[in-house]
Design a protein around this ligand. Structure first.
Ligand SMILES: Cc1cc2nc3c(=O)[nH]c(=O)nc-3n(C[C@H](O)[C@H](O)[C@H](O)COP(=O)(O)O)c2cc1C
Length: 291
């Protein structure tokens, strides 16, 4: 049993936000009941259409994406997605994002009333919505500023008694000061990392490949960075850390657990092998029993 805030997970393996839709997309490809928890695609108050195409591009040992938080908004989520999710029988963690602390607060308040929601992950770190920002100064991400992180977590904390997780960005100089700010505002846990800002260029057209020009880098290429940040955060804060970034095998997941993560999330690997999580769950169990 793995404890994150009020949540008791049967194993430490969750799916990462934005890489598993709202779970129905993976029905029939994987036994959903086996997952430790499901983190949904980030939702916002109002529907969003996202960024211009193309939105994804393959890179060496990873991918870039610039989806831009496309989603149908919270009303659609509660009426169309949550009934299915809440019947799966695993903890459901809903990822939320907003343009202001008040929007985060409003989303948290509404989800707090929903029985099928077990936890809330605050996406403070989406790199693909610059300019829309919550910006701290000059369009930065919330999770790039410790005061903005503190303020948003504190507002959301006041709106919900459900397990609250702050998802942090690797695009910072000092991950520890941001993790500390989230804990000071009473987040139950921090998850890290979201994607690293990157870009790719088509040498024939001499133009960026992504419609948004820049995008978030994910996959095996970011694992060493994620692992280092999890290790740094875990030894400095007194809340459970959830490790995310490049995890594709049980061995990857175990590295994160050894570095200090209490649980892990699997993202890009779901696209390559929808059965990745099942294999990771099995491999982690065998390793822990052996060791
Ligand atoms: C296509 C795509 C969409 C994503 N959408 C979201 C999202 O909506 N919210 C969020 O918090 N993270 C989102 N992420 C980031 C992942 O949850 C994860 O933090 C990141 O990809 C690193 O993990 P990975 O290397 O295992 O993919 C997205 C990642 C990808 C590849």
């Amino acid at each position: 049993m793995v404890k994150i805030g009020k949540l008791n997970l049967k194993n430490p393996v969750m799916v990462a936000s934005g890489t598993f839709g709202y779970a129905k997309e993976f029905e029939g490809l994987i036994d959903l009941k086996k997952l430790g928890a499901i983190v949904t695609k980030t939702i916002t108050l109002k529907p969003r259409t996202g960024n211009p195409m193309p939105r994804t591009c393959e890179t060496a040992s990873g991918m870039l994406n610039a989806i831009g938080l496309q989603n149908e908004g919270i009303d659609d989520f509660i009426h169309e997605k949550l009934p299915y999710l809440s019947k799966i029988g695993v903890p459901i963690i809903v990822s939320i994002s907003g343009d202001s602390a008040d929007e985060f607060c409003e989303l948290a308040k509404r989800l707090d009333r929903e029985k099928g929601v077990d936890g809330i992950e605050l996406n403070l770190s989406c790199p693909n919505i610059k300019g829309r920002g919550f910006s701290v100064k000059g369009g930065r991400l919330i999770a790039q500023d410790k005061d903005a992180t503190y303020n948003v977590v504190k507002k959301a904390r006041g709106a919900t008694s459900k397990t609250l997780i702050a998802k942090l960005s690797p695009n910072v100089t000092d991950i520890v000061e941001i993790a500390e700010a989230a804990c000071k505002a009473h987040a139950d846990s921090v998850s890290l990392i979201n994607t690293l800002i990157g870009m790719a260029i088509d040498i024939e057209t001499r133009k960026p490949i992504l419609g948004n020009i820049t995008g978030g880098l994910s996959g095996p290429c970011i694992k060493p960075i994620a692992l280092r940040m999890v290790w740094e955060a875990a030894k400095n804060i007194d809340r459970p850390v959830i490790g995310v970034g490049g995890i594709a095998t049980a061995e990857d997941a175990i590295e994160f657990l050894i570095a200090g993560a209490r649980a892990i999330q699997v993202g890009t690997a779901n696209f390559i092998d929808p059965g990745a999580c099942e294999k990771i769950i099995k491999g982690v169990k065998i390793w822990t029993e052996k060791k």
